[in-house]
Design a protein around this ligand. Structure first.
Ligand code: SDX
Length: 426
């Protein structure tokens, strides 16, 4: 890190602040000593704030670059499977064949959840939103492991990280089965991670689910494309929750809750609902007009990104997968045509160009998930399943760093000045 300095002139004060440089990306002004000068910085929405130091993921929003441990998302989506990416995110190295096999075996043998978890679901209505059930059951996992978890012990942190990566597919599939009134399906150790998830989702006691390689490959790739994404809202939520020493299950439940919002992970569900509402290519101009109308709160779901101001590299890979899956399954989904036309029209419209609004990761994922039979209300659960490894990797990294402190932002106070309280006659 370079040791050049920023000079802040504030009132009569001249405050020197170190500028730190990383391996890539923006330099940062280190304001950790600023408080002693009587000033805070002010950055609602963290538009220009670095909250931590991390070596897991790098994004260059202007160039549409996404790297995990230095490897491009395009290469990982093409040449690695999701468990390889999980290992790399957690361990900061690519696994050799022995390490990969040992990791895969460990994950496989942690996929079962305690049978008492089944009872948690009985408390939900059958039509409960799957994300509500996932949030509740992941948080409840704290009650199974809370007393044997020393978060200062890296081995125990990794054990809980493995448990979470392993159990999320089981919990997500249970949410779906509970919604549709079918019995829960236990994990199978003879299947890959993606195959096992699909089997728990779609097999029934009356007949086994027939694994289609193209489908399980697409699901594995969707997991990879959603695995991690730097300091997004849900990952920042997990870090903040973890900074208080909360156990990882509670922290991941907080991440699930944050991801649910339609501005974040809930966009894939909202995007498919929007494409269904548009329905046909000829109605696209009406929705483009609404998206541009400041008086209309409507936004094109699946478009725009806080960081990507060029294109989201994941959307490009997802679009290719879309075509592969639909042609493999011999599906001619009119929604894909609507999506492709919407992308073309939006990208040629000055409004979207000047606001740098491009399709993001959520734009095409819904079409693939719909094609393989996953209902729209399950889409964000799939995102949460895939993002769990990113959440636990950041949680583990944060707790590994020396001098880690509880996150405690300050504020610009605009309430009442101190005033006397007049007791009321009760
Ligand atoms: C994810 O952070 C991550 O990394 C997230 C994620 C991850 O992997 O973790 O990448 C996953 O959350 C992807 C984003 C999914 N969300 C959506 O698709 C919802 C629709 N998009 C937006 O609501 C919006 O684009 C955000 C939330 C994604 C980004 O919001 P910003 O950066 O705060 O931008 P903004 O809301 O300030 O918008 C800037 C301008 C505004 O116009 P002005 O007020 O300047 O006139 O662009 C407009 C907005 O009105 N705008 C849109 C728009 N998104 C922004 N106009 C129409 N349609 C849209 N989708």
């Amino acid at each position: 890190m370079a040791d050049n300095k920023a000079i802040l002139k504030a009132g009569d004060a001249e405050i020197e602040l170190p500028i730190l440089s990383g391996v890539a990306g923006n330099d940062v002004i280190d304001i950790r000593t600023l408080g002693s000068s009587g000033y805070f910085t002010y950055d609602p929405g963290f538009m220009a704030t670095g909250s931590c130091e991390s070596s897991i993921t790098f994004i260059d929003g202007a160039k549409g670059v996404l790297l995990h441990r230095g490897y491009s998302i395009e290469e990982l989506a093409r040449d690695a499977d999701y468990l390889e990416v999980c290992y790399m995110l957690l361990h900061d190295k690519t696994p050799n064949s022995e390490e990969y096999k040992a990791f895969k075996d460990t994950i496989t043998r942690h996929t079962l959840v305690h049978d008492q978890v089944n009872n948690f679901f009985r408390g939900f209505r059958r039509d409960a939103h799957p994300m509500a059930m996932l949030c509740g059951t992941v948080g409840a996992m704290s009650s199974f492991y809370h007393d044997d978890l020393d978060i200062t012990d890296p081995e125990q942190r990794l054990r809980s990280a493995y448990r979470l990566v392993a159990k999320m597919p089981t919990l997500v599939a249970m949410c779906y089965k509970y919604n549709i009134g079918q019995p829960f399906v236990y994990p199978r150790n003879d299947l890959t991670y993606a195959e096992n998830f699909l089997n728990m989702m779609f097999s029934v006691p009356a007949e086994d689910y027939k694994i289609t390689p193209a489908v399980s490959k697409a699901v594995d790739r969707i997991f990879t494309l959603h695995a991690d994404h730097e300091q997004n809202a849900s990952t920042s939520t997990v870090r903040l929750a973890g900074s208080s020493g909360a156990n990882p299950y509670a922290c991941i439940a907080a991440g699930v809750a944050s991801l649910w919002g339609p501005a974040h992970g809930g966009a894939n569900e909202a995007c498919l609902t929007m494409l269904q509402e548009i329905g046909s290519v000829d109605r696209i101009p009406e929705f483009i007009a609404r998206a541009k109308d400041k008086a209309d709160p409507f936004r094109l779901m699946g478009f725009g990104h806080r960081v990507y101001k060029n294109f989201d590299p994941r959307a490009t890979v997802m679009r290719e997968s879309c075509h592969e899956v639909l042609s493999e399954l011999n599906i001619d989904d009119p929604l894909l045509n609507v999506a492709m036309e919407l992308e073309k029209i939006a990208l040629s419209d000055p409004y979207f160009a000047e606001k740098k609004l491009f399709p993001n990761v959520d734009f095409y994922s819904g079409i693939i998930l719909k094609a393989i039979g996953i209902p729209t209300n399950m889409f964000t659960c799939i995102f949460a399943l895939a993002r769990t490894v990113g959440w636990v990797s950041h949680w583990h990294e944060m707790l590994s760093q020396p001098g880690q402190k509880i996150g405690r932002p300050r504020q610009l106070y605009t309430g009442e000045a101190k005033r006397p309280y007049n007791k009321i006659d009760k």
